[in-house]
Design a protein around this ligand. Structure first.
Ligand code: AHR
Length: 565
């Protein structure tokens, strides 16, 4: 282990996750897994992945029929579910996106141009920053002012390394602007004060000539910044202060009241959405947490309010995270995918509680930390959470995005952990080199689903079995984008067998359908700096016959097609 990791901080990481993940609904997989989306129509997502009740009859199936009923529509798939998370952790910020203005690596005001270019293609809707556990020890004033005069502090959560604070408020907002995204700030509830957080928001957002606004201008930004999303604490039940729901609620009310956004254009329609700390699993501890917050919200007075409740859920199988991110076989492939599908029941569990107190679905469930968490790569600093990203992660990402889309009436925001060089990253960097991960490619392929309208798909998923694990073989979602184009995303989980899908489109006369498919030679295939194109999408075209398309899904693949009518 790297000497810079004290046992204290390592222990902290472990204990933070010895919580209730194992008690989360691993074994409670429901056969009525998907609720019907509430917006206007009764949507039948029949025989869905997890709820399918006739696996046996399809064991040998190599052709699966999907019925896309484009005459029906569901909720909007909020583009915010494709949000990302950039914490001061390992090489996520420093070296990942920030190299400093004097670097020989091509940059704009210190921010890597190659990373910005790659992220722009993802149309990243929002970025959560500065943490994570880091947020509850972050003091924003240390990250403003002349670069050479910033206070260096420590990052006890993540490796105990020095935090130079050279990437602070202005640098983050510059980054957000460069990639064309929006800011989701997490304020420090654990070790900060409401006053500190309130002053940060005044500094950022007021257009009035206050002393803080003048300081912002002196630091290079005359006009106020827009802050659309505010997280009030992070995992306050654990690394954020180990609070009880009651104690957190008292904090939440105070922060919600006093941490104000003063931006003149955010006083009505575009007002800042406040997101409370929510559950981190599915066991009693977590359902009680959700109950407490939602019950309080239902009876809340004018002086405080929230717009979202967060949910954190990593695919890890067991803590401490020890599954290998590369060099694994089908056993680990199937185990991880089985585990990731638990996201569906977790969302259903907490949505049901939210429905009790908020039947109008005013409060969004914000899955602002999700993704695969594996053991650290050999030789890496364990506090830096460095892992590889394989084809398995691409499939895992697609399955989760599909789950969020099906729950889009309640899940209106999500943030994969994390953006760069940490956990299930989009992008990895090594000095001047950059590589796009398989997960990146899935996010790029799914861009058309951002703000598209969910369209119900009925299908019999079939099964894929390995050892004692049986999973739905195919998953699919469909949506209509703002231009009226119909999109279908389909995943074949089976690592060995291709499957032909017949997409029936009653009432539609498709003229053609084409798109991209992502697969690779092995479930653990990765892109490396030397071989960056092992897992990259390639074009695919469907065959059209009447109101039906047929398409062969390669083994272990994710495919997205658009349909021309
Ligand atoms: O993403 C890594 C860590 O996981 C975050 O800092 C924390 O919120 C979560 O426990």
């Amino acid at each position: 282990m790297d000497d810079s990791i004290g046992t204290g901080s390592r222990q902290e990481i472990v204990t933070a996750f010895e919580r209730d993940y194992t008690a989360s609904p691993v074994d409670q997989r429901s056969r009525a897994a998907f609720r019907t989306p509430a917006v206007g129509h009764l949507l039948i997502v029949a025989l869905t992945l997890i709820g399918h009740s006739d696996f046996g009859s399809l064991l040998a199936a190599d052709r699966i029929e999907l019925v896309v009923d484009a005459s029906k529509s569901g909720a909007k798939i909020d583009r915010n579910i494709f949000g990302q998370f950039a914490e001061h952790l390992g090489r996520g910020i420093y070296e990942g996106l920030w190299v400093g203005p004097d670097s020989t690596i091509s940059n704009t005001r210190g921010i890597r141009n190659d990373v910005v270019g790659a992220l722009r293609a993802l149309k990243v809707p929002n970025v959560r920053w500065p943490g994570g556990c880091f947020a509850d020890e972050y003091h924003w004033r240390k990250g403003i002012g002349a670069a050479g005069q910033r206070t260096a502090t420590l990052n006890p959560n993540w490796g105990g390394v020095v935090e130079p604070n050279t990437f602070g408020t202005h640098e983050f907002m510059d980054f957000i602007e460069q990639i064309g995204s929006r800011a989701y700030l997490s304020v420090n509830v654990g070790s900060g004060t409401p006053q500190e957080a309130a002053e940060w928001l005044e500094y950022l957002t007021t257009a009035q000539p206050t002393t803080l606004a003048k300081e912002r201008a002196a630091n290079g930004h005359q006009t106020p910044y827009k802050i659309p999303y505010l997280g009030i604490g992070n995992e306050s039940w654990d690394c954020g202060g180990n609070m009880t729901p009651e104690y957190y609620l008292s904090q939440l009310k105070v922060y919600s009241r006093f941490v104000r956004n003063f931006h003149p254009e955010q006083q009505s329609d575009n007002r800042m959405l406040k997101i409370a700390v929510g559950p981190g699993g599915g066991g009693t501890r977590w359902t009680e947490w959700t109950e407490a917050i939602m019950k309080a919200w239902q009876g809340h007075q004018w002086s405080w309010d929230i717009d979202g409740l967060s949910l954190h859920n990593y695919t890890v199988v067991r803590w401490p995270a020890s599954y290998a991110s590369v060099g694994f076989g089908e056993k680990e492939y199937s185990e991880i995918l089985k585990s990731t599908l638990e996201m569906n029941q977790l969302i259903a569990t907490h949505s049901a509680i939210m429905d009790k107190y908020d039947p109008q679905k005013q409060i969004a469930l914000v899955v602002d930390e999700w993704g695969a968490w594996y053991g650290p790569l050999p030789g890496s600093n364990p506090g830096f959470l460095v892992q590889q990203n394989s084809l398995r992660d691409a499939i895992l990402a697609a399955l989760n995005l599909n789950i969020f889309a099906r729950h889009s009436d309640r899940v209106r925001m999500a943030n994969i952990a994390q953006m760069l060089n940490v956990l299930q990253a989009m992008i990895m960097t090594d000095k001047e080199k950059m590589v796009l991960t398989p997960t990146y490619h899935v996010f790029r392929m799914y861009v058309p689903f951002q703000d598209a309208t969910f369209v119900p798909v009925t299908f019999n998923a079939g099964t894929y079995t390995h050892g004692s694990i049986t999973l739905p073989r195919v998953d699919a979602i469909a949506a209509r984008d703002g231009a009226g184009i119909l999109w279908v995303a389909a995943t074949n989980v089976d690592p060995a067998q291709p499957v032909e899908i017949a997409v029936r489109l009653p009432g539609i006369s498709p003229r053609s359908a084409a798109g991209e498919t992502l697969t690779a030679p092995a479930v653990d295939s990765v892109n490396t700096f030397d071989r960056p194109n092992t897992v990259v999408p390639k074009p695919v075209t469907a065959r059209v016959l009447g109101d039906q398309l047929t398409l062969t899904l390669e083994p272990k693949s994710v495919t997205v097609i658009s349909i021309r009518e």
